[in-house]
Design a protein around this ligand. Structure first.
Ligand SMILES: [Zn+2]
Length: 341
């Protein structure tokens, strides 16, 4: 029954393009173990991160990005939407650092080519490739800027924001991505959807200006290791609090889109959030700043093309039609993938 409820909410959310609120519930998606079926960042946080990153940009870039801020925010969740439609999409969102006995550069090469030489592409895909994906997408955005291809710039910038945000989530860096190995199922959506939805209104998102990254590759790995270092408290505090309050107080029910949904109770969420001492805020801020840094770095590396000239560009009818068709296709695949499960 929870499966049906979950799917129903997903369809409602995707179709109306609002928060993927169902992820905050302790629904059975948590029991699924293959990488393709991992839960995803909440829509809300992804959209916020891409939107806020625009305000970190220098004046040469800001008008262009501001004009398309709705596009960048709405399309921040494309990579999650297309995970069933595009081969190879699923592993781009995470990396199980604990799948490797040693994560130094010697055993976990920071460049994809060396990593594939060592492990093979299949093994890497199995454990996730987010830091390498960030490097690849960074390259693609630089190319799009060089081509002055507005549509491509926007599409790739939105994607890059997504992968960067994912890399900053502690539970995107472990095999125990939803607490399924420690009897904490649901913690993924709890941390990255429920908490930002409840508390991010009070977060301080003034991160300062975007800065040039001399080594985007190192920046991507730094983010992943930093997120991973926060994992211990993510899991530990949830366990402690659960022991303290018991299962009945841990969960409650809320009405979402006309469906009664099981959620982490407001009280439990507040206490957990307090225990984390600003961790979700720190990770969201880090994402915002990092997205700005990467967009800026790509633009600089492309030779600082004049974005004022591009600001007037309007997507052609054909381009707009293509965008709509593409999304319909992802949705179709998502439906059939769900039915196959
Ligand atoms: Zn994702």
């Amino acid at each position: 029954m929870f499966y049906q409820m979950y799917y129903r909410i997903i369809w409602l959310c995707i179709l109306s393009n609002i928060f993927l609120a169902s992820l905050v519930s302790g629904t059975p998606i948590v029991l699924k173990k293959t990488p393709q079926k991992r839960p995803v960042w909440g829509f809300y946080a992804h959209q916020q991160i891409n939107r806020l990153a625009v305000f970190t940009l220098p004046t040469d870039m800001m008008p262009f990005f501001k004009k398309y801020i709705t596009y960048l925010s709405d399309n921040a969740v494309n990579p999650d939407k297309r995970r069933y439609a595009v081969v190879g999409e699923a592993p781009r969102h995470f990396i199980d650092l604990d799948a490797y006995s040693d994560t130094t550069t010697a055993t976990l090469p920071r460049f994809y080519k060396e990593a594939t030489d060592r492990y093979g592409a299949d093994t890497l895909a199995l454990h996730g490739i987010v830091p390498w994906q960030i490097q690849l997408t960074k390259y693609q955005l630089t190319e799009a800027f060089k081509e002055r291809n507005v549509r491509r710039i926007l599409r790739v910038a939105a994607d890059l924001g997504h992968y960067i945000a994912d890399a900053n989530v502690p539970l995107h860096t472990t095999h125990n991505y939803n607490g399924q190995l420690t009897n904490q199922q649901g913690i993924h959506g709890f941390w990255e959807s429920r908490l930002p939805e409840l508390f991010s209104i009070d977060y301080d998102f003034l991160t300062g200006q975007a800065e040039y990254l001399y080594s985007p590759q190192k920046a991507a790995w730094r983010a992943v290791f930093k997120a991973n270092a926060a994992l211990d408290s993510v899991l530990r505090f949830e366990r402690q609090l659960t022991d303290e309050v018991g299962e009945t107080q841990k969960f409650g029910f809320e009405e979402r889109n006309g469906v009664t949904t099981k959620v982490y109770s407001a009280g439990f969420s507040r206490r957990y959030h307090e225990h984390l001492k600003g961790q979700v805020e720190r990770q969201m801020r880090a994402s915002v700043k990092m997205v700005g840094d990467f967009w800026y770095t790509c633009w600089v590396d492309a030779g600082q093309p004049d974005l004022k000239a591009l600001v007037k560009y309007q997507l052609t009818d054909d381009e707009q039609k293509e965008e709509v068709e593409e999304k319909k296709n992802w949705l179709k695949r998502l439906f059939s993938a769900r039915e196959e499960n």
